[in-house]
Design a protein around this ligand. Structure first.
Ligand SMILES: [Ca+2]
Length: 642
């Protein structure tokens, strides 16, 4: 789909001179280089674009083995149809870092029990193979060349669950251990070697290497205390970006910091002895607008923790117009900006099969602050697509193709207690995963979008229980009524949903759930109305679940009215795997029983085991090819009907 649309955009791009409105169609389109206008400054190589307020124009493709360009306040960077490649050098990978070729290339003389297993039988992680490393045993890689001196690399080891601990160490060419410690408040923190766990849902143990001479290095990983399942063991360039917009820097890139919620920024470009001041040669940006337009920003390596555009300039408005960003790696992202952004007609192609710490929502391909506008963009791949924090943003006319393999990385993540965000006319068509999460947000509006959502197979965190894939998740984790962190006053209306339920059989006891709306709210009312929803459960009668509305762990389940639902399974499930529900009003909805629905079809389902639904009101609903009926788990469910 994305490719077809891109091709269309390219064809339209060819006509752009004849049809200047092509950009309004909403998509990135390649532009032809033009002569540098008077007053603008030519850019022919990577470096510092230090003249505040100037317009810089590329006259050729450029590349850098580290971060490519830094921009001062008020700079416009016109890529002029060219490509900026960052982290482009003679970088190599540890041979067979993902164990896809078994143990080939690995020294397992200290790991006689090491065994390569199939992810579709054990648990999903990265690729089709994963290594089981018995407790106390250690594997060692072949040597890999780190060709650029003095910069940051991460030695990384993916670990399947937070209960498994590993020691990650690095040897130099002479076989001597590399030792790095970060001293903060006079206390040393382990950088390399590091012995650590991840967090719930698994992730990466990271040894930060910096200030090393170029040369050959190898990585060794030992399972500590118990057997570990590990994958993607490599040494990679880290912390690069295509374009840097610097206010302050952040140097904390040791393992524990990355799990305490730290996002390092420009660590290799920090003044000696400082934690947050940029090196003297780096231009800074504090306010005004920085614009980047018309070209491609691309990573030259499959790296770790990098960004196409990274900014710490909260006071700057970042404008991106007709830019394509392409990158791959672990925790590899397109744009990070803490302030307002205007992002128009861009395309983000991000291949990031896993992230270091899945609890970091900032590890979304595009992460921006409030009062932003994102329109006409295509988000292809990534763990989630867009993380929008803060109030008053508008997100419209975009295509979101999420490729979500970690928990809770929705196509659009609304958080930071945002108020008044509007999301409209977008297409949500994930390859894998969910649509929008509305976490603790208020007075937001989601309308005229289309969602195509299919139940996902288990991820590394959920294979023996239920796991939901949702068009929209609205939650405050059942917060007290009126709570500051509550999610209420939100309206979801006039959207189209196509929900597909599917049963998977390779993980025992796995129960996939697919929904249009998953509501788990306690703080106040939300309103879901005038939506058109099709639910097609491909395997009714299996443990897999599909429904339009899935309301559980929710004292104030909300109001659902004037929705039109065509389904072969109950449209509403209230009181679910996720917990009790109450305070639901279902009014004037039309529920159509789809052809081929199982015998005994009921429009409503209440409760599950000892989980119950109470205080439920059914008012004036219409039923087509069926009649009112409730599939009720037990006598404690309570509803009224008018
Ligand atoms: Ca693998």
């Amino acid at each position: 789909m994305g490719v077809e649309r891109a091709l269309t955009a390219l064809m339209l791009g060819a006509l752009a001179t004849a049809a200047p409105t092509a950009a309004a169609l909403g998509a990135y389109s390649a532009t032809q280089p033009k002569p540098v206008p008077a007053g603008a400054i030519e850019v022919t190589e990577p470096g510092m674009l230090s003249k505040a307020g100037a317009t810089y124009v590329l006259t050729k493709d450029i590349s850098s083995d580290r971060t490519a360009l830094f921009l001062a306040s008020g700079v416009t960077l016109d890529l002029n149809g060219h490509t900026v490649t960052y982290a482009s050098g003679d970088y190599a990978h540890v041979a067979n870092y993902g164990f896809e070729e078994g143990l080939k290339g690995w020294d397992v003389s200290k790991a006689p029990g090491a065994q390569v297993l199939d992810t579709d039988k054990v648990k999903p992680f990265i690729g089709r193979k994963i290594l089981k490393l018995p407790a106390g045993q250690e594997i060692v890689s072949q040597y890999v060349s780190l060709p650029v001196a003095g910069r940051s690399y991460y030695a990384i080891c993916g670990v399947l669950t937070h209960r498994m601990k590993v020691r990650v160490a690095v040897d130099d060419e002479q076989g001597r251990p590399v030792e790095r410690k970060f001293t903060l408040l006079r206390k040393p923190r382990a950088e390399c070697p590091v012995t650590a766990t991840t967090k719930l849902g698994g992730g990466f143990v990271v040894a930060h290497l910096h200030g090393l001479p170029a040369g050959k290095y190898r990585i060794r990983v030992r399972a500590e205390g118990r057997d570990a399942l590990i994958d993607e063991v490599d040494i990679r360039p880290a912390l690069d970006c295509g374009v840097g917009i610097v206010d302050s820097t952040r140097v904390y890139a040791y393992h524990k910091a990355l799990y305490d919620g730290e996002v390092p920024a420009f660590a290799d470009y920090t003044r000696k002895g400082s934690y947050n001041r940029p090196a003297q040669s780096i231009p800074t940006a504090k306010s005004g607008t920085v614009t980047i337009r018309n070209g491609v920003i691309k990573s030259g390596v499959t790296g770790v923790q990098s960004w196409g555009v990274q900014s710490t300039a909260k006071g700057v408005t970042l404008k991106l117009e007709n830019v394509k960003i392409v990158a791959s790696g672990i925790t590899t992202n397109a744009v990070s900006h803490p302030g307002a952004a205007v992002i128009k007609d861009c395309r983000f192609e991000i291949d990031t099969p896993f992230i270091i710490n899945r609890h970091m929502f900032a590890a979304s391909p595009v992460s921006i602050g409030g009062k932003s506008e994102v329109s006409g963009c295509e988000f292809i791949g990534g763990q989630g697509c867009l993380n929008a924090n803060g109030d008053g943003s508008v997100i419209h006319d975009n295509l979101f193709v999420n490729r979500q393999t970690v928990t809770n990385h929705y196509s659009v993540m609304l958080g930071g207690r945002a108020r008044g965000v509007k999301i409209y006319r977008n297409r949500f068509e994930p390859e894998i995963g969910s649509g929008i999460t509305m976490f603790g947000v208020k007075d937001c509006e989601v309308y005229e979008n289309t969602f195509k959502i299919t139940a996902a197979n288990g991820n590394c965190e959920y294979t023996n229980e239920d796991y939901s894939t949702n068009a929209i998740r609205i939650t405050d984790y059942n917060a007290p009524k009126g709570a500051e962190k509550g999610a209420f006053g939100n309206r979801i209306h006039h959207n189209k949903f196509q929900i597909t339920g599917r049963h998977y059989t390779n993980y025992r006891n796995y129960k996939p759930v697919a929904t249009a709306i998953f509501c788990s709210v306690g703080a106040g009312k939300n309103y879901v109305h005038d939506n058109e929803i099709t639910v097609k459960h491909e395997n009714p009668g299996t443990p897999a679940v599909a429904c339009a509305f899935y309301i559980g762990g929710s004292r104030i389940g909300g109001e659902y009215y004037n929705n039109r639902i065509t389904t072969n399974v109950p449209a509403f499930w209230i009181g679910t795997f996720y917990g009790d529900a109450s305070g639901v009003v279902a009014k004037n909805n039309t529920i159509t029983r789809a052809d081929g629905a199982p015998a005994g079809f009921k429009p409503f389902r209440l409760g599950y085991g000892r989980i119950k639904a109470t205080g439920i009101k059914f008012i004036g609903n219409r039923f087509v090819n069926c009649e009112f009926g409730v599939q009720s788990s037990n006598q404690s469910n309570r509803y009224t009907r008018e």
